[in-house]
Design a protein around this ligand. Structure first.
Ligand code: ADE
Length: 224
């Protein structure tokens, strides 16, 4: 998979994309991620990327020209999916991340200021994604979240193939509690069943714990 990120703040991505699982995935060639500075697609002396909205609304909007030029340069016919990060988008879910993980080429536009010129939405964008009902200062952090949750689903990225399948949300439920050594810590004991070696009993216990936790914390996930 190839991912292009279009942003005014490329350095925001230096941390998230250069650590841990994402770094390893890139180093191993499982994903190719390029971060592009939208200012590199301007042609004026001051590399202007924003302007005042028509009609006198407050704040600034991202101009269409640099975004169009960038997308038109990077887009591969029939292959690219263009995503705009915006709080007005469809909320990101694990299901959506799985679908995006099946794409060959993602172009992710990070919005900023009061938003982007509407013609970007009309003519360039295939889908708009929000990472939640709150407003960030710009779409770069939201794009980093999207890249992280898509890339970890790509084949070979997670060491143990099971771990993505067992995630909270993967089966539509939250994961239950997990324990590691020691078997007793400050008087708190690991449940006996996990130490029993009875794999059937362990699987039943895990399923029941997942169901209980989901019922308590996210009953909305259990609704048909
Ligand atoms: N840009 C600003 N806030 C955002 C959000 N919640 N999701 C996606 N992009 C955003």
């Amino acid at each position: 998979m190839q991912i292009e990120v279009l942003t005014l703040f490329p350095r925001i991505f230096e941390g998230p994309l250069d650590e841990s699982i994402l770094k390893r995935a890139r180093d191993r060639g499982l994903v190719n991620i390029r971060v592009h500075n939208l200012r590199d697609f301007t042609h004026d002396k001051h590399r202007v990327v924003d302007d005042k909205p028509y009609g006198g609304a407050p704040g600034m909007l991202m101009k269409p020209e640099p975004i169009f030029e960038a997308v038109e340069k990077l887009r591969q016919p029939g292959k690219s999916r263009v995503v705009l990060m915006t709080p007005q988008g469809v909320p990101l879910t694990q299901q959506r991340a799985r679908e995006l993980a099946g794409q060959l080429h993602l172009i992710i536009i990070c919005g900023h200021y009061e938003g982007v010129d509407e013609r970007v939405r009309e003519a360039l964008v295939d889908e708009e994604i929000s990472i939640g009902d709150y407003v960030l200062t710009n779409g770069a952090l939201a794009a980093a979240v999207l890249v992280d949750c898509v890339v970890r689903l790509l084949p070979g990225v997670l060491g143990d193939n099971q771990s993505a399948a067992d995630d909270s949300f993967a089966g539509g439920m939250l994961e239950g509690p997990q324990y590691t050594r020691p078997p007793e810590f400050r008087g708190m004991k690991v449940p006996d069943v996990l130490l029993s070696g009875d794999h059937g009993a362990i699987a039943r216990w895990r399923a029941e714990q997942a169901r209980q936790r989901t019922k308590e914390r996210r009953p909305d996930l259990l609704k048909p």
